[in-house]
Write a protein that binds this ligand. Structure first.
Ligand code: C5P
Length: 233
C-alpha cells in the first residue's frame, strides 16, 4: 500500500542512494541490494514515510537507475527521484535543490541505514524543531580506540568516553544545510557526513540518542545482522 505523506508536515528527508557499495561485494548499487527480498532503499523509504512529520522525500539514485528507482518506490510512497553525483556530498546537494524553501527542516539519511525506525526520524526532527540548528543521532563507542600511524604502530589510545558513533538521519534547519553546502567549495572532499560541513561553518551540532537498528549496512555481515534485526519486534 502506498503511504500518504503529511501535506502539513514540516520535514523533508533526503535519501542519498547513488553509491556503488563496493564494500558489500559485487552485485550492483548498494541501495538496490536485497534484504529479506526487498531492496535496502525500499526498507529505508518505507520507514521514513511512516514518520508523521515527513512531507517530502527526495531520493538521489544512480543516474542509470532513475526510472527503475521511480518504479520501485511508486508503490511505497510518493517520492521525488533525482540523479545522484559521483560523491555522496554531490548527491545530497542535488537532492537538497529539490526541496522548496517553505519546508524548514531537512533531514539527510543514508539508504544504507535501511532499518532506521520512524521514531528516530521524529526525534531528530523534534530536536531541530525545538531550536537546534543541526542534530545528529549518536551511540556510545564500545571498542577501545587507538590512533595508529601508517606503519601500523600505535601512536595513542583515545579516551573512548568522549567519542560517539554517528548515524543518520541527521537533521538541520533548511537554511543552515543549504548555506553549508553552498560554502563547500569542493564537492569531492572527504567529508563523510553533512554535520561535518555544518560544523566547518561554525554551527553548533547537538547529539540525540541513536538507535541500534540504524546500523549502516556496509559489509556482507551487516546484511546478516540486518536480516536478524528484521525478526526482532
Ligand atoms: O559510501 P557510503 O557508504 O558512505 O554511502 C552512504 C550513502 O550515500 C549510501 O546510501 C550511498 O548510496 C550514498 N551515496 C550517494 N552518492 C554517492 C556515494 C554514496 O548517494 N556518490
Amino acid at each position: 500500500m502506498t503511504a500518504q505523506l503529511n501535506p502539513r508536515g514540516d520535514v523533508a528527508v533526503l535519501v542519498p542512494a547513488a553509491g556503488a557499495g563496493i564494500r558489500l561485494g559485487p552485485g550492483g548499487p548498494k541501495a538496490l541490494r536485497l534484504l529479506d527480498g526487498e531492496p535496502l532503499l525500499v526498507h529505508a523509504v518505507r520507514r521514513v514515510a511512516a514518520a508523521p512529520s515527513v512531507r517530502l522525500i527526495v531520493v538521489a539514485a544512480p543516474s542509470a537507475e532513475i526510472d527503475a528507482v521511480r518504479a520501485l518506490l511508486a508503490p511505497i510512497a510518493p517520492v521525488t527521484v533525482v540523479a545522484g553525483g559521483a560523491e555522496r556530498q554531490e548527491s545530497v546537494a542535488t537532492a537538497l535543490a529539490a526541496v522548496p524553501d517553505e519546508i524548514e527542516i531537512v533531514l539527510v539519511h543514508d539508504a544504507a541505514r535501511a532499518l532506521a525506525p520512524p521514531e528516530l526520524v521524529e526525534s531528530v526532527a523534534a530536536a531541530v524543531r525545538g531550536g537546534s540548528p543541526a542534530v545528529i543521532p549518536v551511540l556510545p563507542v564500545v571498542d577501545t580506540v587507538k590512533q595508529v600511524g601508517r606503519d601500523g604502530i600505535v601512536l595513542a589510545t583515545v579516551d573512548r568516553s568522549a567519542l560517539r558513533s554517528v548515524q543518520t538521519p541527521q537533521g538541520f534547519r533548511h537554511k543552515v544545510l543549504a548555506a553549508a553546502h553552498a560554502a563547500a567549495s569542493d564537492p569531492t572532499s572527504t567529508m563523510t557526513d553533512d554535520a561535518g560541513l555544518v560544523e566547518r561553518a561554525g554551527v553548533e551540532v547537538t547529539c540525540v540518542p541513536g538507535s541500534e537498528r540504524a546500523l549502516k549496512i556496509t559489509r556482507p555481515l551487516d546484511l546478516v545482522l540486518a536480516e536478524a534485526l528484521l525478526r526482532v519486534p
